[in-house]
Ligand binder design. Structure first.
Ligand code: SF4
Length: 368
């Protein structure tokens, strides 16, 4: 059994029809339960829950403090290559976009890492496009070994791999995996992934599971909000996280809610996730999955991130650059998407502390 069988079970499910039957009492009853079912989760994602965000927020805050304390972990992305052979219609790195492309040498990766390490960050997210012929597994393994000189945690946000390939990268020092399904709706998935390995829905859907089987410590899943119907995408990404948490007890599972930002290629999102609905989704995730990590990236604005800090978030990206070589101001390439929160790590740390929260630079280290 894989998560695909869960998706299949819902193939005739009509979320709008379900929502039309959700009452205020159903929302209140779901919100006040200790253990929520997937139906309770749906009730909290429904429009009927919108008038009850304050009560949801109070409970979300309490659950988050119970399980994570008043802490926010920090991380930042490091792009080492933007070569990509795929055509994903929403992405600036897509093969059809005539952009400046680059791949860092190991010496350049060392320089980027040294620059990032000056900020005090200990957790980083290693990113590439999907061009296996250029960004080979051996190159990634060598890059990870360089990064491990500076950082205690190196998470992968690269192309999906086989279990054995994850084992090789784990051996090199990688410990976590971020892999977004982007869109759980299979028809839309087909429409927006026009060329390349990413067009294989099932292989991508099973990727977090292969990472967990390979022994990676943590996996992070999510949908790219804007591609598919909003509540439906929130529902399936929550179910995906729950599936992984229930099956892989030793794996730390987290969830992200990236919203589409402007990128090279001028993609127009079909759906717009407004701030209020975004907050509702975070609260619903927290009530449904009290122990799931929730990440909030610099795609969101300063003010919005500051306001969300106490509502269930556990990880913030900080000082992010989405260009290859960006931390040395080399800008060797075009950025993948626009970031909104452009504050430095120092400024974000000050904001987190001003809200009475502790900043966690490092919450894990491999002892060999
Ligand atoms: S989303 Fe990933 S695979 Fe698709 S074009 Fe962008 S970098 Fe390539």
């Amino acid at each position: 059994m894989s998560f695909y069988s869960v998706i299949e079970r819902y193939s005739d499910f009509d979320i709008e029809e379900y929502f039309s039957g959700v009452t205020e009492n159903m929302v209140l009853s779901s919100m006040r339960k200790e253990n929520l079912s997937s139906k309770d989760f749906l009730n909290l994602l429904s429009p009927a829950a919108l008038p009850h965000l304050e009560e949801m927020a109070r409970k979300a805050n309490k659950l988050t403090v119970q399980h994570f304390g008043r802490t926010i972990s920090l991380y930042a992305p490091l792009y080492i290559s933007n070569y990509c052979t795929n055509h994903c219609t929403y992405c600036g790195f897509s093969v059809v976009n005539k952009i400046k492309r680059a791949q860092l040498t190991l010496e350049e990766i060392d320089r980027e890492a040294a620059e990032m390490a000056k900020t005090g960050l200990k957790h980083i997210l290693l990113l590439t496009g999907e061009a296996k012929g250029i960004t080979e597994i051996s190159y990634l393994a060598d890059a990870i070994k360089v990064l491990k000189k500076y950082f205690s945690s190196v998470a992968l946000e690269v192309f999906p791999m086989d279990e054995e390939e994850y084992r090789i990268l784990k051996e090199a020092g990688a410990d976590s995996l971020t892999i977004y399904q982007e869109v759980y709706d299979r028809d839309i998935y087909r429409e927006v992934h026009l060329k390349g390995g990413k067009a294989d829905y099932r292989y991508r859907l099973d990727t977090p599971e292969r990472g967990a089987k390979a022994g990676l410590r943590a996996v992070n899943v999510g949908a790219l909000f804007g591609l598919g119907e909003l509540a439906s995408e929130a529902f399936y990404s929550g179910l995906h996280a729950k599936y992984l948490m229930d099956k892989y007890l030793e794996t730390e599972v987290s969830i992200s809610l990236p919203r589409i930002n402007p990128a090279e290629g001028g993609f127009q999102a079909k759906y717009t996730l407004g701030d209020r609905r975004f907050v509702q989704f975070i609260l619903a995730y927290r009530l449904f999955l009290p122990k799931v990590g929730i990440n909030l990236s610099t795609r969101e604005t300063e003010e919005f991130r500051d306001n969300l800090l106490k509502l269930g978030i556990t990880k913030f990206s900080a000082g992010s650059k989405t260009t290859v070589g960006g931390y040395n101001d080399k800008n060797q390439s075009t950025e993948q998407f626009d970031t909104s929160d452009k504050r430095s790590v120092e400024e974000i740390v000050a904001m987190i502390r001003s809200q009475g929260y502790q900043v966690v630079y490092k919450d894990w280290e491999a002892i060999w």
